[in-house]
Design a protein around this ligand. Structure first.
Ligand code: ATP
Ligand code: MG
Length: 422
């Protein structure tokens, strides 16, 4: 036998027994997006490398060490998308979607980052994201957070996650703060790890989101970005907080929350859980008012977020808040020549009358016992049995596969019967 080729490390198959959980979560996200009036946008999985370098920032983990970058056959440097915002902005600019007009968009699909695979961290993972362009007030920030809170509520997760909130101010405010922070970090070089020492000059704010507990302890005395905020930033943040309070959305202020990508300003937020170890962020987002201009468009305020679907589903599974659903609700079995001829037709009639139910025909014939075993294994709730007797009496035998009870119903009443029991 030939040697089997394996999948790439950190890139998972989604197996049929698990796909129903994904579909349920995706359905909640998509229906929430629809109820908030958002439209779907789809853009490629691959873009020119320069797009991500310019959007995400050269001195970020993603661009420095996590991107899947390759030269295509024409010699162009391309990268698999590590996140959706850059491609979304590129697509909007290219198609004149945000020139002087507002957009509220959602997308979903795979993202790629060359990280060390572990629980909740993969090399191909999936995000559901939203981006809003053209609105600068705290009202849309609150609306975006309300969107995420609504998704979490529908999934039963409200009690299991906390909303962490921070403001990153304007780029001028960050520049002023940066000097104070670097001066502080220089005094504590001995506790900094290699990553932080390197970032101290290239991207000092990123030192704030270190996961190293010793450094976190030292950072308690670091200067605060909020001390550098002007009136506008303060008013924006206060406007957001009061709206969240009005919506009954609880939040925690976290001055160490800076997020992994460079393009954020003002509002940043994350929904975190402690049920998933250090991969505890299930959703993160924020405002990025400078990005559209940075990518060649007119200055356009923007805000967005992304949900990590693997982490969300892992959390729901851990808390037993999502159930796998069998694909089959009713298995139609037939024994004998004439019943087999009727079987497919009956199945089609039932499918048309009962949209939403999974109705499978047992194919390949075989003895009654074998067909029942197939019905059991499928996870169906009912087996419909058609034999010669049933055909001659115009009836069906219906076996409830949970209770084992079997009854006879009129063939013409089958659809009505199943409507009443599902
Ligand atoms: P982390 O700090 O956990 O690395 P991040 O800040 O890099 O996360 P974002 O770029 O904000 O993540 O992406 C948004 C969401 O996508 C994260 O909150 C997380 O749920 C998910 N995510 C990010 N990277 C991965 C990954 N490698 N595997 C699985 N999910 C991921
Ligand atoms: Mg990361």
């Amino acid at each position: 036998m030939a040697v089997k080729i394996k999948a790439i490390r950190g890139m998972n198959d989604l197996l049929p027994q698990d796909s129903s959980m994904w579909q349920q979560v995706e359905a909640v996200l998509k229906s929430t997006a629809a109820s908030f009036g958002f439209s779907e946008i789809r853009f490629p999985v691959v873009e020119k490398t320069g797009l991500f370098c310019r959007a995400i920032g050269e001195v970020t983990d993603v661009v420095e060490k996590e991107m899947y970058t390759f030269n295509d056959r024409d010699g162009d440097s391309l990268s698999l998308r590590p996140e959706g915002t850059a491609g979304c902005v590129r697509a909007c600019l290219e198609n004149s979607l945000i020139h002087g007009q507002e957009q509220r968009l959602w997308y979903t699909g795979p993202m790629f980052r060359h990280e060390r695979p572990q629980k909740g961290r993969y090399r191909q993972f999936h995000q559901f994201g939203c981006e809003v362009f053209g609105l600068k007030g705290p009202d849309i920030d609150a609306e975006i957070i309300a969107f995420t809170a609504e998704v979490l509520a529908k999934l039963g997760l409200t009690e299991h996650v906390t909303l962490q909130l921070n403001s990153l101010g304007s780029s001028e405010e960050r520049a002023a703060y940066r000097d104070a922070l670097v001066a502080f970090l220089e005094q504590h070089q001995d506790v900094l790890d290699e990553d932080c020492r390197r970032r101290m000059y290239t991207n000092p704010l990123r030192v704030l989101d270190t996961k190293n507990e010793d450094i976190i302890a030292v950072l308690k005395d670091a200067p605060k970005l909020s001390d550098y905020f002007g009136e506008e930033t303060k008013a924006h943040f206060a406007g957001l907080c009061s709206r969240l309070e009005g919506l009954g959305i609880k939040y925690e202020l976290n001055s160490r929350l800076v997020r992994g990508l460079d393009y954020y300003n003002l509002t940043v937020f994350e929904w975190v859980t402690d049920a998933l170890g250090s991969q505890g962020t299930v959703c993160g987002g924020g405002r990025y008012d400078g990005l559209v201009e940075q990518l060649g468009g007119q200055s356009t305020p923007a805000i967005g977020f992304a949900v990590g679907l693997e982490r969300m589903i892992l959390l729901l599974e851990t808390l037993q808040l999502v159930q796998r659903k069998p694909a089959v609700d009713i298995m139609i079995c037939a024994m004998g020549e004439e019943p087999e001829r009727q079987q497919l037709k009956l199945a089609l009639e039932l499918r048309r009358a009962l949209p939403g139910l999974g109705i499978m025909t047992h194919c390949g014939g075989g003895k009654f016992k074998k067909q029942m075993a197939h019905a059991d294994k499928s996870g169906a709730r009912f087996a419909v049995i058609i034999g010669d007797d049933e055909i001659s009496n115009n009836v069906l035998s219906v076996k409830d596969l949970r209770s084992g009870e079997q009854q006879t119903i009129e063939m013409a009443a089958a659809a009505a019967y199943f409507k009443s029991v599902f």
